[in-house]
Design a protein around this ligand. Structure first.
Ligand code: F6P
Length: 346
C-alpha cells in the first residue's frame, strides 16, 4: 500500500520525529511505501509531493520544523477542493493518508473521512488545546523555551526595577502561559479562558514592587481584559487579517498591558513577545518521545484500517480516539488548575 503523509497548520517541534517513526516502522514491518505531501492540504490539492523513504528520514529526530512544509490551506474553501484531492490521491496511487495537525488540519481530515477518504490523524500543536489527548507534542518544547525566557527576564527586571510582561502563544487556551508561568515563578498569569481585571493586575504589580521584587507577568496572546480597548472581553489584534480558517492575527496584548501598567502605577513596564521562537528549533526529549510514539501508533492504525481515528496520549498509553470527537471542541484550561497558580499572584 502507498501511504501519503502531510503536516498542516502552524509548525511545531516534533513533526519530523513523527514522520521518521511512521516511515521507519511502515517500510520494514508492513512493506508500505510512502509519499510526502508538501505544505499541508495544498499538497494533495495541487499534487505537490516529496519522496519519503528510509534514507529521506535519516537524522530527523532533533530537527525542528517539518521537512514536508506546512500551510493553513483549507480545501473546503477552494472550489472543487475535495474532488481535486480525491483525483490526485487516485492518480498518485495513494490509498491512505496520515494528516499531522491541529484543530484546523484535523478538522479537514474529519470531513474527508466522513466522505470516504482513508485518513488517520496525529495531533500536534504547541498550544496543547486539542481534545481527546492529554498532551500534544511541541507543547513541552514551547513551555521550556518560555520558562527559560522568564528566568532570564527576572534578573534584568530586578536590576532595572521594571515590570516585565512576557507575551506567549495561546490563541484560545492558556496552557503555555499557565505551565511556563508557574515553572518560571510569574507574579501574574493571564489566559484567554479568564477575563482579567486590569485594576487587579496593577495591584499585583504594586504589591510585588513593595516587596522589593520586580514583577513578571505572563500573558497569552489571546487573553482579554474585562474591559478592553474595544469594550468588554475583546481580543487585542495585530491586524484584522484572517487565515483560510477564519482566525484573526492576534498580538499586542503585551504592549497594551505595559501601557496600562505605566499609566496606572507610574512604574516602568516593558514587553517581550516570544512569538515564533516558541515554535522553532529542536524538540525536547519529551516531545521527541511523544512524537515518535504517535508516529508508530499512526502507522499501526493505518494497518488496522482505523480510518477517522487519531492517536492520543492518555496517561502513558497511546490510544486511538475518533477524529470527530477530538475536533468537536477545544481543550481549555480548567478553572481549578488556574486557581492553583493564583496562590503565587502579586
Ligand atoms: O497554531 C498555534 C499558534 O501557535 C497560535 O498560538 C498562534 O496564534 C498561531 O499559531 C500563530 O501562527 P502563525 O503566525 O503561523 O499564523
Amino acid at each position: 500500500m502507498r501511504v501519503g503523509v502531510l503536516t498542516g497548520g502552524g509548525d511545531c517541534p516534533g513533526l519530523n520525529a513523527v514522520i521518521r517513526a511512521i516511515v521507519r516502522k511502515g517500510v520494514p514491518e508492513y512493506g508500505y511505501s510512502f509519499l510526502g505531501f508538501r505544505n499541508g492540504w495544498r499538497g494533495p490539492l495541487e499534487a505537490l509531493t516529496k519522496p519519503l523513504d528510509i534514507p529521506a528520514v535519516r537524522g530527523l529526530l532533533p530537527r525542528g520544523g517539518t521537512i514536508l512544509g506546512s500551510s493553513r490551506t483549507n480545501p473546503f474553501s477552494v472550489e472543487d477542493g475535495v474532488e481535486k484531492i480525491r483525483t490526485n490521491l487516485q492518480n498518485l496511487g495513494v490509498e491512505a493518508l496520515i494528516a499531522i495537525g491541529g484543530e484546523d488540519t484535523l478538522g479537514v481530515a474529519t470531513k474527508l473521512h466522513e466522505i470516504g477518504v482513508n485518513v488517520v490523524g496525529v495531533p500536534k500543536t504547541i498550544d496543547n488545546d486539542l481534545s481527546g489527548t492529554d498532551y500534544t507534542f511541541g507543547f513541552d518544547t514551547a513551555v521550556n523555551i518560555a520558562m527559560e525566557a522568564i528566568d532570564r527576564l527576572h534578573t534584568t527586571a530586578e536590576s532595572h526595577h521594571r515590570a516585565l510582561i512576557v507575551e506567549v502563544m495561546g490563541r484560545h487556551a492558556g496552557w503555555i502561559a499557565l505551565h511556563a508561568g508557574m515553572a518560571g515563578g510569574a507574579n501574574a498569569i493571564l489566559i484567554p479562558e479568564v477575563r482579567f481585571d486590569i485594576e487587579q493586575v496593577c495591584k499585583w504589580v504594586e504589591s510585588r514592587f513593595r516587596m522589593d521584587y520586580a514583577p513578571i507577568i505572563v500573558v497569552s496572546e489571546g487573553a482579554m481584559p474585562k474591559s478592553g480597548p474595544e469594550g468588554e472581553g475583546t481580543e487585542v489584534l495585530r491586524t484584522g487579517e484572517k487565515d483560510a480558517f477564519g482566525h484573526v492575527r492576534l498580538g499586542g496584548i503585551g504592549d497594551w498591558l505595559a501601557h496600562q501598567i505605566e499609566q496606572r502605577t507610574g512604574k516602568e513596564a516593558r514587553t517581550t513577545v516570544l512569538g515564533h521562537v516558541q515554535r522553532g528549533g529542536t524538540p525536547t526529549a519529551r516531545d521527541r518521545w511523544l512524537a515518535t510514539r504517535f508516529g508508530l501508533h499512526a502507522i499501526d492504525a493505518v494497518h488496522d484500517g482505523a480510518w477517522g481515528q487519531m492517536t492520543a496520549l492518555r496517561g502513558t498509553d497511546i490510544t486511538m480516539v475518533p477524529l470527530a470527537e477530538a475536533t468537536k471542541e477545544l481543550k481549555l484550561v480548567d478553572p481549578a488548575l488556574y486557581a492553583e497558580a493564583e496562590v503565587f499572584f502579586g
